[in-house]
Write a protein that binds this ligand. Structure first.
Ligand SMILES: [Ca+2]
Length: 389
């Protein structure tokens, strides 16, 4: 277990961090990549490397408002453990522990609140989008309490009162916040797939905000220790129908060895599985030696299977005899043999031809996924979906 990067640079806690991973942190706001910590000990099929590529965002943590006890946070195997004091997230000023990263513009955070310690029936563990790190900041929070149900909380004016929408429920519970323009919505779910809207509010925050996890004990003399898993942050706008998907590849940055006839790589992560090329949702490379397509999940994920959807209006045979390749570090070459021999790379060879689609069991932790033909040809993919458990 390792401490999260601490947003309070003055406290000098770096000596407490687990030996061997402190290089992963940069409390000066530079190249931290806490979200990639799993990577250090879980790499399938090769030699673990201690120097992973930095993820695009890093987590930081600090107390917000007048807390009675200094809080903390850590991450282990994808589980965030957050300790927070504070009277509440309520009224005109909040007091809690925040684990956050910057967000510019639209975005979304999803987490499963695995447990909420019962320091008070109205203690809170949830996801938060917040304009600033001051106590009276505008914010929206979707939280789970030990005895007061699920709460969508929001403060629309700096230093103003807190609005509330509620529903029944206890941990474990999935929670989600989406920001689209000035609209912020809070959702809850039992399974991370089917979501119920708890509340929505127009909150005019600056474009640059913070997005993350919040815990308050509702007892300012105690720390509340609560846990979260399945934490993910999406930056940018996606149609609501896409937001509840557990497909880690959806909307992520994709690339390929070449592009023919507007068959760009992003078409394989647009959630549309149509096999008809004219629907503009299928990729297409040139005819070339071992063409490839790949996607960056933005952080290392625990993966259980990959679904690959084929073009079906013609040319099904093109998607045959290929490798599915995974890595925690970027692929270094166009050359298939070089990539298969890259340290830390795992691969699955699919001999034969894909019909409409194929599901490949692929249990490992990885961030980058590539599909590469073994021979010369054209690579076309209708869709690629990467799922966890
Ligand atoms: Ca598609």
């Amino acid at each position: 277990m390792a401490d999260l990067a601490d947003g309070d640079k003055d406290r000098g806690e770096s000596q407490c961090r687990t030996a061997g991973v402190e290089d992963a942190f940069d409390s000066n706001g530079g190249s931290g990549y806490v979200g990639n910590l799993n990577h250090i000990k879980i790499i399938a099929g090769g030699t673990p490397t201690p120097t992973p590529t930095p993820a695009p965002s890093s987590w930081q943590t600090q107390d917000v408002g007048s807390v009675g006890v200094t809080g903390g946070a850590s991450i282990s195997n994808g589980t965030f453990t957050v300790q927070g004091s504070g009277a509440d997230i309520w009224g005109a000023a909040d007091a809690f522990r925040y684990v956050y990263q910057p967000l510019s513009g639209d975005g979304e955070i999803v987490a499963r609140v695995a447990s909420v310690q019962n320091t008070h029936q109205s203690a809170k563990a949830g996801v938060m989008i917040r304009e600033s790190l001051t106590a009276g900041s505008r914010h929206a929070t979707m939280s789970v309490t030990p005895g007061a149900g699920l709460e969508f909380l929001r403060r629309s004016a700096t230093g103003g009162t807190t609005g509330w929408s509620g529903a029944s429920g206890t941990a474990p519970k999935w929670v989600k916040l989406t920001r689209s323009g000035n609209s912020v919505s809070g959702y809850a779910s039992n399974d991370g797939t089917t979501w119920t809207l708890i509340g929505s509010e127009t909150i005019t925050m600056t474009s640059s905000v913070y997005i993350g996890l919040a815990v308050t004990s509702h007892n300012n003399t105690a720390l509340n220790q609560s846990t979260f898993d399945n934490v993910s942050v999406r930056v940018g706008t996606s149609p609501p129908s896409l937001l509840s998907s557990s497909n880690y590849a959806l909307g992520r940055a994709a690339s390929q060895s070449s592009i023919w006839n507007d068959g760009q790589a992003s078409r394989a992560v647009d959630d549309f599985t149509s096999g008809t090329y004219e629907t503009n949702t299928i990729t297409h490379t040139d005819y070339e030696q071992s063409p490839w397509w790949e996607v960056d999940l933005e952080e290392s994920r625990q993966i259980s299977r990959v679904e690959i959807w084929n073009r079906t209006d013609c040319c099904r045979e093109r998607l045959s005899n290929f490798y599915l390749i995974a890595s925690d570090t970027p692929f270094v070459s166009n050359d298939l043999t070089t990539v298969l021999n890259q340290p830390g790379v795992s691969s699955y060879y699919f001999g034969g031809q894909v019909g409409e689609n194929v599901e490949i069991p692929f249990e490992l932790n990885a961030r980058f996924f590539r599909i590469q033909l073994a021979g010369t040809g054209i690579l076309s993919l209708a869709e690629v979906k990467v799922f966890g458990n």
